[in-house]
Structures are given as structure tokens and as C-alpha cells.
Design a protein around this ligand. Structure first.
Ligand code: NAD
Length: 421
């Protein structure tokens, strides 16, 4: 597929640095501070053995990167994917720094990843890999230092294993070392839905700003996992028509719309969205270009590029995924009058409720889902309106506006702390 080939060639770390440079330039950031914020503070690479079910030993490679710790402990997910690279993890860590700053939560940016296709491993092998990876990165993680969470191909079960492994090492139970845990281990109500819920809050705000009626909108969603499937369900529940969804195996389309809850049940049984009765199979590249009002990329980086951006029909794009749009594509979309809610704002609901989970774990005091969502709504709406105001005043797109807010906040925190020693 043409788009996949282009995506593979674009280095997400170069994209992240390019986006930062744009904001640093506009903010006239001090040159020394600019050098500091342009690089991650720490990068750990680990090669570790795992005993496989057939008795052989395989060595896997993983990473944990902390981009900036100026505003608090590092926070960011762990990804299991065959295409993980150090540069991808560095980009994701930097985006976490800006994301936490955009929504104003007291964390820095971190991210982790292991080069593995977990679908090719048994459950026991994934558990062994997770526990050994957690052990290797335990020199960095901890409730006051660096708090992982789920990302692509990792789940609440993965977080439970990491929490258990860390707790075994220190000799007592430490729920706050990870977020996105199962509820009985100190997970938060609403965390599983938080990324999608936060994205939907920003889509509603954007639709109001654009004068769009969201209840009559036609929506396409790329990626049908934690972020994408729940976003499709929530949009459907509030009246939108879901006309296309996809996963790593391909996509489905029906102009009159379909019920994403039924697609989820189909996917559970068939391990793909493709072939869902009454729909036409399409490719992931075609999904991005379908005639719709709202497009929600919720899979991987570099999906909307200079090559396909001119053919995107959606008026409103909500980036539930991290890094789905390249800087060149951003310019094309902005000039074409498209409204993009950037990843560091749109998908910040996940890290926001992760923050709530961490607070609840530390206080041993747990909130109900209504309280979680009410606080999440307040934070997302505040972040959306500050970003929109910056975008209108500075006459820049929403991504640059979010960067201006975030980079300034991190720069202020870093410079007021001073340069040690
Ligand atoms: P997930 O593993 O639950 O789901 C990923 C989905 O993307 C799956 O349906 C998979 O089949 C699909 N996919 C993978 N490769 C694809 C491809 N080439 N084309 C189309 N679909 C493909 O992961 P997730 O947690 O939903 O993460 C998705 C995106 O959302 C990532 O960019 C992630 O960084 C971002 N995100 C997730 C969270 C969170 O809390 N889980 C928070 C913020 C951002």
C-alpha cells in the first residue's frame, strides 16, 4: 500500500523535533533552553532474554525514554509492536511532555516500547516478556519517578503484571507505579474509556466552534482498539453515523452507517473488522479518504501525509492517535480549511484520567465514574478553549497553538528551576 510505504519512511522523531522547532521559533525561546527541550533527558535501551514455550530462549529489545521531568515525574505508555524503534519512542516521549503541559497536569513526558508482535506469542510468553522488561526498566520507573500506562498492544493485564513485578522487587504493593490497571488493583473508573471520551469532548467543542451538528455527522475511524473502538461507540451513542472503521487487517464502509457495538462483537469472534455483514471491505488508505464529516485517526503515526492530505474530505479531524499527521500534511489541511484537533490535545483524556488514577492510588481514596468524567470534561474543555484562543490570536493552526501553550509552560518550569549544578 502506497501510504504504508510513505509512513514507514517518515521518522517520527524528526517530525516531533520539527513541530517543536516551529513553536520554539515563534516563542523566541532562549537558545540554551531550546537545546535542552529538543532532546530527551534519558534514553534506556534493554536487551533481555525470555524463555519461550518450546524451551528456547529469545532475546528482545526494548526502550524507556524520559523526555522532560521539569513539571513532575515522567508519564507515558508502553507499546508492543514489531516496528517500535528508539526514534519512535523518543517522539512519543516528547509528545507526552507537551500533552501533560497542554492539559496542565503535573507530569513530564516518558514512553516505552518493545520490538515484538505480541500476537505471535502465547499469553504466558507475553507475561514473561512483560515481567522481564519491567525488571530491566525498574531502574527508571516508580510512583515518584516514571509511571507507565497502556499503549498499542498493551492492556490493563500488562499493567497488572508490571505492578506485580515492581511490587515483588520492593517487597510491598505499589499500585501507583502504573496506571490503566484493572479496577480491583487500584485502577480508576473511566480510565479504559478516557482517551476516547476526552477525544469526543474536544470533537463536541470543535463542532460547536465550526457550527457543525455533531448528531448528524458522518464519522470514519482508523484503528479499532482502545482509542478507536470506544471513540466509535461514544460518537454513535451521541447520534453520529459511523460509516467506516478499520484495524491492522483493513477496513469496512457503509454509507448509511452501522452499529460499532456489533462490529466490536464481530471483531472479538473473527479477529478483524473486515467481512462485517452489510459493509464493503476497504483498505486503510481508502478509509482516510472516504466522504465523511469527521475523521478520527486512532492507529499509528504518519497516516496523513503530503501525498494523501489533498484528498481528505472530512472537515474535522480528531487525532486520537499520536502523530498521525506529518507537518507537511498539516499545512495542506490548514490551507484547505480543515480543522485538526492535534494529538497532544485530542487524546490527552487518557493521561488525564491516568493522573486521576495516580492521585487516587496515592490517597487510597477512590472516585465514582461521574466524578471522573466531570473532572475530565472540565480539563478537556479548558484546554480546548485556551488552544482555540491561542490559534485565533496568533493566526496559527491548532497544533502550533497547542505547542505554543505547552512549550511555554515547560520552558517556564525548566527555567525557574534553574540549571543544576
Ligand atoms: P490498541 O492496541 O488498543 O489498538 C490499536 C488499533 O490500531 C488496533 O485496532 C489495530 O488493529 C489498529 N492498527 C494497527 N496498525 C494499524 C494500521 N497500520 N492501520 C490501521 N489500523 C492499525 O492501541 P490504542 O491504545 O487504541 O492506541 C491507538 C493510538 O492511540 C496510538 O497512536 C496510541 O499512542 C494512541 N493513544 C492511546 C492512548 C491509550 O490510553 N490507550 C492514549 C493516548 C493516545
Amino acid at each position: 500500500m502506497v501510504t504504508e510505504k510513505i509512513a514507514a519512511k517518515i521518522n517520527p522523531w524528526h517530525v516531533a523535533q520539527q513541530q517543536f522547532d516551529l513553536a520554539a521559533e515563534r516563542l523566541h525561546l532562549d537558545p540554551g533552553l531550546r537545546k535542552v527541550l529538543r532532546e530527551p533527558q534519558r534514553e534506556l535501551t534493554v536487551h533481555f532474554p525470555v524463555k519461550m514455550d518450546d524451551g528456547t530462549v529469545q532475546v528482545f529489545t526494548g526502550y524507556r525514554v524520559q523526555h522532560n521531568l521539569g513539571r513532575g515525574p515522567a508519564k507515558g505508555g508502553i507499546r508492543y509492536h514489531q516496528d517500535v524503534s528508539l526514534d519512535e519512542v523518543k517522539a512519543l516521549a516528547m509528545w507526552m511532555t507537551w500533552k501533560c503541559a497542554v492539559v496542565g497536569i503535573p507530569f513530564g513526558g516518558g514512553k516505552g516500547g518493545v520490538i515484538v508482535d505480541p500476537k505471535k506469542l502465547s499469553m504466558r510468553e507475553v507475561e514473561g516478556l512483560t515481567r522481564r522488561y519491567a525488571t530491566e526498566i525498574s531502574i527508571l520507573i516508580g510512583p515518584e519517578r516514571d509511571i507507565p500506562a497502556p499503549d498499542v498492544n498493551t492492556t490493563s493485564q500488562t499493567m497488572a503484571w508490571i505492578m506485580d513485578t515492581y511490587s515483588m522487587h520492593v517487597g510491598h504493593t505499589v499500585p501507583a507505579v502504573v496506571t490503566g490497571k484493572p479496577i480491583p488493583l487500584g485502577g480508576s473508573e473511566g480510565r479504559n474509556e478516557a482517551t476516547a471520551q476526552g477525544a469526543v469532548y474536544t470533537l463536541i467543542d470543535a463542532a460547536n466552534h465550526l457550527g457543525m451538528d455533531i448528531t448528524h455527522s458522518r464519522v470514519a475511524v482508523q484503528g479499532f482498539g482502545n482509542a478507536g473502538a470506544i471513540a466509535a461507540q461514544l460518537m454513535h451513542a451521541q447520534g453520529s453515523t459511523i460509516i467506516a472503521v478499520s484495524d491492522s487487517t483493513g477496513g469496512i464502509f457503509k454509507a448509511e452507517g452501522f452499529d460499532p457495538n456489533a462490529v466490536l462483537a464481530w471483531k472479538k469472534e473473527h479477529h478483524t473488522v473486515c467481512g462485517f455483514p452489510g459493509t464493503k471491505d476497504i483498505t486503510n488508505a481508502e478509509l482516510l479518504e472516504v466522504d465523511c464529516d469527521i475523521l478520527i485517526p486512532a492507529a499509528l503515526e504518519n497516516q496523513i501525509t503530503a501525498e494523501n492530505a489533498p484528498r481528505i474530505k472530512a472537515r474535522l479531524i480528531g487525532e486520537a492517535a499520536n502523530g498521525p499527521t506529518t507537518p507537511e500534511a498539516d499545512d495542506i489541511l490548514y490551507k484547505a480549511g480543515k480543522f485538526v484537533i492535534p494529538d497532544i490535545l485530542c487524546n490527552a483524556g487518557g493521561v488525564t484520567v491516568s493522573y486521576f488514577e495516580w492521585v487516587q492510588d496515592l490517597e487510597r481514596d477512590f472516585w465514582d465514574v461521574a466524578h471522573v468524567n466531570e473532572k475530565l470534561h472540565r480539563i478537556m474543555t479548558r484546554a480546548f478553549s485556551s488552544t482555540l484562543e491561542m490559534s485565533l490570536t496568533e493566526k496559527v493552526n491548532m497544533r502550533t497553538a497547542a505547542y505554543l501553550l505547552a512549550v511555554q509552560r515547560v520552558a517556564d518550569a525548566t527555567s525557574v528551576r534553574g540549571l543544576y549544578p
